[in-house]
Design a binder for this molecule. Structure first.
Ligand code: ADP
Ligand code: MG
Length: 275
């Protein structure tokens, strides 16, 4: 039996407790605690500089937090993420995208999706080059990787672009490719850092539909940092609001919309900029 959230007795996928990240004198993430429920979209919102990306960087092993704990519950197993390196966290099933797109821009779209599956391929090979060449295992793993890549190209509307260099794709397609790449690793938790930023209204609507599909069909949790308030309100099951590194609100979209602290944090932003 996995960990259960006391308030709503839903299975917890991720538990973050008292997480703090300091850069010199600046506390970017300040004693943040929250839980993400499995198979739900949990949004992390807050003004620019609130600490959202830093929180993702801690969760995915890019930064070692100053203090606090992060625990993943997968297949009824409890795994501490707290001092694991990036590749170990990826191996446990946490995939992410970046606020500034990071694809292998000289590789083709398809290659980007195959590289993402490098780890399972290497595992199938017994982590040796000889093993990789050993005919049946390699072929099996390779076919699986190709099938998976093709499926995600199709789902994200990128099939026609398979052989193009990733860096030459229009921006919205690069964003979709990043999500496809994350999904190709077979995650239990997909972390998206402002996936709708820079998308036109039509692309933004498609993205919403794609995320809801991923949640419903693949039964995974999604952590979503999002700039666009209407996207957040529409597709999130649960919202966490950060301001100056602190968690100022945590609840369902309705309660967040009407929370005076949240309204104040956003009204305090120059030009009403929210992220
Ligand atoms: N590597 C770093 N070194 C120093 N300060 C950082 C670093 N990363 C983020 N910060 C600072 O931490 C604060 C939170 O940044 P960030 O997490 O990027 O905010 P958000 O994603 O919510 O806009 C900002 O003041 C930012 O300048
Ligand atoms: Mg950010």
């Amino acid at each position: 039996m996995g960990n259960m959230n006391n308030q709503n007795s839903k299975p917890v996928l991720l538990d973050v407790a008292h997480l703090t990240m300091r850069f010199g004198g600046l506390t970017a993430v300040d004693d943040i605690s929250f839980q993400a429920v499995d198979k739900q979209i949990t949004a992390i919102i807050g003004p620019n500089g609130a600490g959202k990306t830093t929180l993702f960087n801690c969760l995915t092993g890019f930064y070692q937090p100053t203090s606090g704990t992060m625990t993943l519950f997968r297949d009824d197993k409890k795994k501490s993420l707290t001092s694991l390196p990036v590749h170990k966290i990826a191996e446990l099933g946490i995939a992410r995208t970046f606020q500034n797109i990071r694809l292998f821009s000289n590789m083709t779209v398809l290659e980007n999706l195959l590289v993402a599956q490098h780890l399972p391929l290497m595992k199938a090979s017994g982590f040796s080059f000889a093993g990789l060449l050993k005919f049946p295992i390699y072929q099996q793993a390779e076919k699986k990787a190709l099938d998976k890549a093709r499926m995600w190209l199709e789902r994200m509307g990128l099939t026609a672009m398979a052989d193009r260099a990733a860096g030459g794709l229009p921006y919205g397609m690069q964003r979709r490719l990043e999500i496809a790449r994350g999904m190709c690793t077979g995650p239990c938790l997909l972390c998206l850092d402002e996936p709708a930023a820079g998308l036109n209204p039509r692309e933004s609507i498609e993205l919403r539909a794609a995320l809801i599909n991923i949640r419903n069909e693949y039964n995974i949790g999604i952590l979503l940092i999002e700039h666009n308030m209407s996207v957040v309100m529409e597709i999130s099951d649960h919202i966490i609001v950060l301001d100056y590194g602190k968690c100022i609100a945590d609840g369902n979209p309705e309660s967040i919309r009407n929370n005076p602290d949240v309204i104040r944090a956003y009204l305090g932003e120059p030009e009403g900029e929210v992220a």
